[in-house]
Design a protein around this ligand. Structure first.
Ligand code: BES
Ligand code: ZN
Length: 452
């Protein structure tokens, strides 16, 4: 055991206590009522990073603050790693489905439960502790390190592009490291080389100028909820293919090598289904589950609202109905192009009895990161050291909006070395993070900084 590993082990209980503090701050970026908490979280984090010996500050944006820190003690000839993560979390509703309060972390069955445990506070924190272990045992770091931890990832990273564009020289680096993805399965490490993009739309269908008595008007005036449902039903065909004209134009097909690689992964469809309690899997005809999630675009209704949803019955013909509809995109689709195609088609399928409003809420482009780079080699060895197994190469279905910018603005290759698990309830009640991955993540990360 190295001195660094001994440090990680001896200080483990303190690390957990600190992580509890971090997880207790409700930094819900989407909720204005939590703006002060989100700011407090940024300040807590910056203070914590300063405490381990890396100079860090919060930076104002038009939205939530960015935490930025750097340590340049390795000298101009040593490589520089830019670590990116996010301290903001998703909303917690439905609150009544949480076993313990989302911002009252607890440990149960080897997991830490709290909103943000796996996405992404737990993963950010393990990096800070790996850096602390280097600094406290050797007095320095093997490489120069920049830490960029934002508070708006879960709402589309709208202000980060500007920060990166305005601070390009400050952020220049040889490699970007992100831990905001899962490993393939417990004990089976993986490196992610592809993420899907996102095009998130909100639509409103308006019928009459006010809510009406459904007896007095029903049958003679279009019901906007009925119209919206009929329109949504026309967005996909019976085979699960999206019907928006031109939607698939730029979809890059999986190479035969990737298909073969994915097919070799230890995956059980039966366990997948039973873990989710679904009677059967679903998806586009002709693709496996991993292919559907990692390499095929989708369209999902995320929420639908309108009319009367309170207790009992109310006979109303509503004036409006709305839906939030998002599309996950794959290389080489472009989120602005898809937003335009969606809007054009959605308007074209509206009946003449309603008016339609379409807005784009946020977007992210899909990415493929280099599979061969100095950073990827270091990550491969670091994961093998921590898990005793060579990592698989996989893609993932989620999105990290800023990922592409590191390539286009900083021209640095990104390494997606995450330590979560897909079934840790990110974005849903009872989010948790396996402590074994928290520990192995610290070891792997400490090793990464040494090897890169
Ligand atoms: N950690 C996720 C991204 C992720 C999820 C990667 C699953 C791989 C697998 C990230 O915090 C996230 O949830 N991103 C949002 C971005 C969106 C709000 C623009 C997402 O994917 O929904
Ligand atoms: Zn998330």
């Amino acid at each position: 055991m190295t001195a660094i590993e001994r440090y990680l082990e001896e200080n483990y209980d303190r690390f957990l206590a600190e992580l509890f503090e971090f997880l207790s701050i409700p930094s819900v970026s989407a909720a204005p009522e939590h703006n002060a908490d989100t700011r407090r979280c940024a300040e807590w984090l910056a203070a914590h990073i300063n405490g381990i010996g890396i100079k860090a500050e919060t930076h104002e944006t038009a939205g939530h603050p960015i935490v930025y820190g750097e340590w340049n003690g390795a000298g101009a000839d040593a490589p520089t790693v830019l670590f990116y993560g996010h301290y903001d979390v998703q909303p917690v509703d439905p609150l009544d489905l949480w076993t313990n309060p989302p911002f009252g972390p607890v440990i149960r069955d080897g997991n830490i439960y709290a909103r943000g445990a796996t996405d992404d506070k737990g993963q950010v924190f393990l990096h800070i502790k790996a850096l602390e272990a280097h600094l406290k045992t050797t007095g320095s770091l093997p490489v120069n390190v920049k830490l960029l931890i934002e508070g708006e990832e879960e709402v589309g990273s709208n202000n980060l592009e500007r920060f990166i564009a305005e601070n390009t020289d400050t952020l220049l680096c040889d490699c970007v490291l992100i831990s905001d993805t899962p490993i393939f399965a417990p004990g089976i490490p993986s490196l992610v080389y592809g993420l899907r993009g996102l095009c998130y739309m909100e639509v409103t269908v308006t019928g009459p100028n006010r809510d009406l008595h459904s007896g007095a008007f029903g049958g003679a005036v279009e019901n906007p909820i009925n119209a919206l449902c009929a329109m949504i039903a026309r967005l996909k065909d019976a085979y699960g293919r999206i019907t928006i004209p031109g939607f698939y134009d730029d979809v890059r097909l999986l190479s035969p090598e990737e298909q073969a690689e994915f097919a070799r992964l230890p995956f059980s469809q039966q366990n997948y289904n039973s873990g989710l309690n679904i009677p059967a899997e679903f998806g586009e005809f002709g693709y496996t589950t991993n292919e559907r999630v990692w390499a095929r675009p989708t369209l999902d209704v995320n929420g639908i609202y309108g009319g009367y949803t309170g207790e009992g019955a109310k006979t109303v013909l509503p004036s409006k109905a709305s839906a939030k509809i998002s599309m996950r995109l794959v290389p080489d689709q472009d989120n602005s192009d898809i937003a335009r195609k969606f809007e054009r088609y959605f308007r074209s399928i509206a009946p003449p009895t309603v008016t339609v409003n379409v807005t784009e809420l946020h977007g992210a482009n899909p990415v493929i990161t280099p599979r061969e780079s100095r950073g990827m080699n270091a990550a491969t060895q670091a994961l093998e050291y921590a898990y005793g197994k060579k990592p698989f190469h996989v893609r993932e279905g989620g999105s990290i909006p800023v990922c592409l910018l590191f390539d286009t603005i900083l021209h640095a290759p990104t390494v997606l070395m995450g330590f979560g698990l897909s079934d840790e309830n990110a974005h849903s009640p009872d989010e948790h993070f396996l402590l074994d991955n928290f520990k192995k993540g610290m070891t792997a990360t400490a090793m990464f900084y040494k090897l890169v």
